[in-house]
Design a binder for this molecule. Sequence first.
Ligand SMILES: *Cc1c(COP(=O)(O)O)cnc(C)c1O
Length: 244
Amino acid sequence: MTAEDQRRTQLAANLAAVRQRIETACRVAGRHGEEVTIVAITKTFPASDVRLLAELGITDVGENRDQDARPKAQACADLGLTWHFVGQLQRNKAASVASYAAIVESVDRARLVTALDRAAGQAGRRLGACLQVDLDERPPDVGPSTAERGGCAPAELLALAGQVAASEHLDLLGVMAVAPLGVDPRGAFDRLADLHVGLLAEHPGATMRSAGMSGDLEAAIAAGATHVRLGSALLGRRGSTEVT
Ligand SMILES: *Cc1c(COP(=O)(O)O)cnc(C)c1O
């Protein structure tokens, strides 16, 4: 077996295992497995892994750093994948991200909305946007600071949604969240569900609910996630030098 064959076998086994977890979680929640899309989070892993995942049927790939994502997306441009950007995004990277991403899941402030709309317009593309919500109710001195974890305050969500919906080159797709560390993820994802229902009342097309990672996908699916963002469960442990 070549190293590539070994890696393919490993990724296929990991994918089968997470598909099984998704099926089970959906059955428990009275949902259908096809309602949940896997976004493979390939950060720190090479383009060759993206290629193998595409062969195995993955259609959606996510990255959290523009400088890593852009070359990988270019190397995999022939695969027809949908690229999601899921990390904290500086406005000066908006043009770069708009050149390869179809969806930015981490939109969390008005000035970023403006920058992404302009960048998409200049690239002659439309860009899907999810609003990332900060679900941590603890004061910043207990958890990581808001600046690190990203996400808008729940109270800002509808105003931001209105801004995205009014943007010429952006499509409001839905919401995204990361469960805060050290709290029950189910409670956090239920809060996201409530906020999403409020947003859907004004924007009925914005049905995407991106929640759940390798460790908490069951809780996210129970709370109605439409997209789960899976890194380590699919690709294995990331190296110790990673930047999450
Ligand atoms: C890294 C990352 C993930 C995937 O995390 P795993 O625990 O490895 O599945 C999901 N979402 C975001 C925003 C990430 O940065």
